[in-house]
Design a protein around this ligand. Structure first.
Ligand code: AR6
Length: 177
């Protein structure tokens, strides 16, 4: 499923964030120390190889809502943008911090003239953010930012589970362009 907002195509796919070879920058649902970890971070670091963690270490720690950019090492992309999402129930206000992740990641993409960015459902795994609420924040923020994007022309959400793809699909179809 896809929708175009102010010339930016927003796509939803089911898949693995570490296997998006046609995308300029993939986004990592990182931990504060920018270390390997599980979930998205584990998949990205395993595919990138140990050079990614070496590049990350001097940039850590990061705060909830913050984003930093590195090279992609052995991944098929040009960059990895690492975001620390809020831990649901701990880092508040959750929705503002989660929106900051998407906004700051897209800001870094613009600064680096990146044309396409793929996001996972940040915070919706180990950090416990309810998927439906996380999808609302993700899609609303991308709609808000899209008119200001000059370089980014494609934003892809990569969802791991079919049921997560359906929830993102419902939220995306409910939004007015
Ligand atoms: N590709 C796309 N989506 C994935 C993948 C993948 N390879 N693997 C998991 N997901 P999470 P968080 C989905 O836990 O909640 C890590 O250990 C997953 O089903 O990766 O921000 C870090 O080190 C869920 O919907 O990120 C941090 O400590 C979503 O991606 C912490 O977890 C996010 O799940 C970050 O937690």
């Amino acid at each position: 499923m896809e929708k175009t907002v102010s010339g930016v195509t927003i796509e939803l796919v089911r898949g693995d964030i570490a296997s998006q070879p046609d995308i300029g920058a993939i986004v990592n649902a990182a931990n504060a120390q920018l270390r390997i970890g599980g979930g998205v971070a584990g998949a990205i670091h395993r595919a990138a190889g140990p050079g990614l963690e070496q590049e990350c270490l001097p940039l850590a720690p990061i705060m909830p809502g913050e984003a930093v950019i590195t090279g992609a090492h052995n991944l098929p992309n040009d960059y990895v943008i690492h975001c620390l999402g809020p831990v649901y129930g701990r880092d508040k206000p959750e929705s503002a911090l989660l929106a900051d992740c998407y906004r700051n990641a897209l800001g870094l993409a613009e600064q680096n003239r990146i044309e396409s960015v793929a996001f996972p459902a940040i915070s919706a795994g180990a950090f416990g953010y309810p998927l439906r609420e996380a999808a609302e924040v993700a899609i609303t923020t991308v709609f808000e930012v899209s008119p200001d994007l000059k370089h980014v022309k494609k934003i892809r959400f990569v969802l791991f589970a079919e049921s997560d793809l359906e929830v993102f699909g419902m939220v995306l179809s409910s939004k007015e362009i």
